[in-house]
Ligand binder design. Structure first.
Ligand SMILES: [Zn+2]
Length: 349
């Protein structure tokens, strides 16, 4: 038995006022905001609150029969729709999942929300809910819908089943089908204040959180994840790249690539993306956001590199991030991405 999902401290007020207007509650919500601020937790806590039989100021009471079912992961009116890969990361039981075809060849867990996951919901939509309450489908991340499953969901939302609420979680609404967005009410979630984030991080055992929060762009859950991943808020390889470049020297890309051999490409690509955002900020004479400890060197680089080069490299890194899950050749991918980033940091003659 696990705990009932609860709202994070900075979410409680917005959740409470949102959930107390249930009479005119929309049947589909798009919960969006920056990555790493706790949107998934918000959606799951909202689902628990919608199912609770005696909510307190709109929020789940934590001890009614519905709350106990939610905590046990077996409330019949709650479904979580997420990619298989995420379900595995969560380590949750599969009781609520559709039965996988046995005998199928073992494949890597899907990173997509597959159309089958929506198709199996049809009988659920047609089953009466417990005591005539809500039925809640939490879908995350909506970016994981592919074109087929997005269209299947669109069909459902065009003729919404009765008593059903869809909670879709997405970082940025422009990453999903616009027609899908238009079928949902939007609920934007803000980045919590630095004080709220620091207090929460401290309650999670991270006391010296300033640099982590900066590195995570102010997103507390992301900051915690980064701090637990090992290494420093500013990775040593990135600091080396910046220090050499600030002196106008090409860093030893081979050595840097070697030090990243065991890292997940997505993680270091993400760090490079943040570096190039900082470089662009410095080029625009704004304060750097992610790596304040390297501010001096970042400014020095930004002064010598054309802003267009920084912007182009930033765009290129976005594309690389999209393929970072499955590079054809990780070594080559690492070397070429670092080379391009390092070259972009060299003074232009
Ligand atoms: Zn309850």
């Amino acid at each position: 038995m696990s705990e009932i999902p609860h709202f994070l401290p900075w979410q409680q007020q917005v959740a409470s006022s949102w959930l107390t207007q249930r009479e005119r509650f929309a049947h589909a919500w798009l919960i969006h905001g920056m990555a790493g601020i706790g949107k998934r937790q918000f959606a799951l806590a909202a689902a628990a609150s919608l199912l609770c039989e005696s909510p307190q100021e709109g929020l789940a009471c934590g001890h009614c029969a519905a709350c106990l079912w939610v905590a046990g992961g077996n409330h019949p009116d709650l479904r979580r729709i997420r990619p298989e890969a995420i379900a595995l990361e969560e380590g949750t039981d599969t009781a609520e999942e559709p039965a996988e075809q046995s005998g199928a060849a073992k494949k890597a867990p899907s990173r997509d929300i597959r159309v089958e996951q929506l198709r199996v919901l049809s009988p659920w939509f047609n089953t009466a809910t417990h005591r005539g309450g809500w039925r809640v489908a939490v879908l995350y991340p909506a970016e994981a819908l592919n074109s087929i499953s997005a269209n299947a969901l669109l069909k459902v939302l065009e003729e919404p089943p009765e008593h059903t609420v869809f909670l879709l979680v997405v970082d940025a609404p422009d990453r999903i089908l616009p027609t899908l967005v238009s079928r949902c009410r939007r609920l934007p979630l803000a980045v919590p204040s630095p004080a709220d984030s620091a207090e929460w991080l401290s309650s999670q055992g991270l006391d010296d959180s300033t640099q982590w929060l900066a590195a995570a762009g102010g997103a507390p859950l992301r900051a915690l994840e980064m701090s637990r991943a090992g290494g420093g808020a500013c990775p040593e390889w990135l600091a080396q790249l910046v220090r050499s470049s600030a002196q106008g020297a090409m860093p030893d890309v081979g050595a840097l690539a070697e030090s990243l051999e065991k890292e997940t490409p997505k993680v270091w690509i993400d760090a490079l993306q943040r570096l190039f955002l900082d470089l662009s900020l410095a080029a625009a004479h704004a304060s750097v956001r992610y790596f304040p400890e390297l501010a001096g060197q970042i400014k020095a680089i930004a002064q010598k590199v054309p802003p267009a080069t920084l912007a182009d490299t930033g765009k290129w890194l976005v594309q690389q991030r999209a393929v970072a899950d499955h590079p054809l050749n990780t070594k080559l991918f690492t070397y070429s991405a670092l080379s391009r980033a390092a070259l972009a940091c060299q003074p232009q003659r």
